[in-house]
Write a protein that binds this ligand. Sequence first.
Ligand SMILES: Cc1ncc(COP(=O)(O)O)c(C=O)c1O
Length: 490
Amino acid sequence: NQCKCLNRRRMCLSIHMFVYVSKAAAKTQVEFDYDGPSMTTTVPGPRSQELMKQLGQIQNTGAINFFCNYEESKGNYLVDVDGNRMLDIYTQISSIPIGYNHPALLKVMTNPNNLSTFVNRPALGILPPENFPDKITESLLSVAPSGMTRVQTMSCGACSNENAYKAIFIWYRNKERGPNTPTNEELNTSMINQAPGCPELSILSFMGGFHGRTLGCLATTHSKAIHKLDIPSFDWPVAPFPRLQYPLDEFTRDNAEEEARCLEEVEDLIVKWRQKGKPVAGIVIEPIQAEGGDNHASPDFFRRLRNIARKHGCAFHVDEVQTGGGGTGKFWAHEHWGMDDPADVVSFSKKLLSGGYYHKDELQPYRIFNTWMGDPSKNLFLSEVLNVIRRENLLEQVTRSGKALLNGLYELQAQYPSILSRARGQGTFCAIDACDDATRDRIMLKARDKGVLLGGCGDRTIRFRPALVFKEYHVNLFLNIFNDVLAQHK
Ligand SMILES: Cc1ncc(COP(=O)(O)O)c(C=O)c1O
């Protein structure tokens, strides 16, 4: 069945032709952008290697790709210390919302009214500045998910999830306790990590999910063993995430069966863990599993999962750390599900520039606390990012660019079926699989040497995470280069 569909698609594509080299790349309209990539050395170049050696004496540099020149980087282009200018389709692990050195953000920096916010970082939980309620209303609350009017700011993605899990546990125990206050036994046992003060509660997560690398989050992260190895963890249930066939619209029946299988397993696990005496207080899930390989599921899957959570009294936590901020063509990926009440908790970070989570009123314990609890200077930038998104209709731009990108990927996978498969995406949040991990890595390195920066995820997936200012012009530029890389691949 899959073969038939692929052949049909291939035939259809061959009628329309798909040679990118001949496609006109209209001039960029991003006024602070460069014209295209420009490479002077292989990457990492000599200066990067020198710096790597220097830093290596202080830190582990195993994961460093190259050193950057952030002063010279502009728009969709990242410039390295050797003067190489690359079209950035990975954007600091999906965390640059509107490109490098956006003039609107530089203006925020030079506005004297903002100076004290940059200079004095407050302990927000105890001493917030006068403008904090206004600033948070015009930034984070102006994009609050449906049904949510409260937001807790935090610093990074993991710390947002970590605190959201704590809020879920406290909410769950408060429900159980009702009007009673905690007993002395609870208070005393909590001090020595024992029940009933530290109760045996759990968070259900999904195989392939990624929610961060702090201790609690890591218990819900299941994308790579190397992230988890040697670190003690909780006995929490892990459900299968649907393994769908792409393109989704050609495999609706098979995919629905796969999703039903996973949902059945979720309910079984909730019952099993309740019987074990470790009830599931919350379910955490990404709208698109990102680090785990860009795995999608249908809106129907999420609607049903949300209902399962409701039925069993579990909080439903949607982790939008990577999907949030517009990359899917909607500000939140969960908006694609079309629900008025999509979640109890929605966590964010990355493109929103600082972390945090939105939550329902009842998930409001006063015991969520740390020193900074976010950073008001990041909210100043976020306000401006949101202005730019609205003023320039960037979500529509993402939808247009995403369509062009995904169509281009379909065509390339038809052209190079022995190398590429499973093109998929929502907005510009796209991905394609290589035939194996070595090929994926080689293709990405070749693309980098030609001036295109890509990211990998899962076992053999290439993920696309451009900024919201990535236009059709940039899509065509990328496809031309990617086509060259694939043509030269042996
Ligand atoms: C879905 C998701 N959740 C949580 C995190 C953790 O965020 P951070 O790296 O800021 O801790 C990530 C990071 O990639 C993520 O993709």
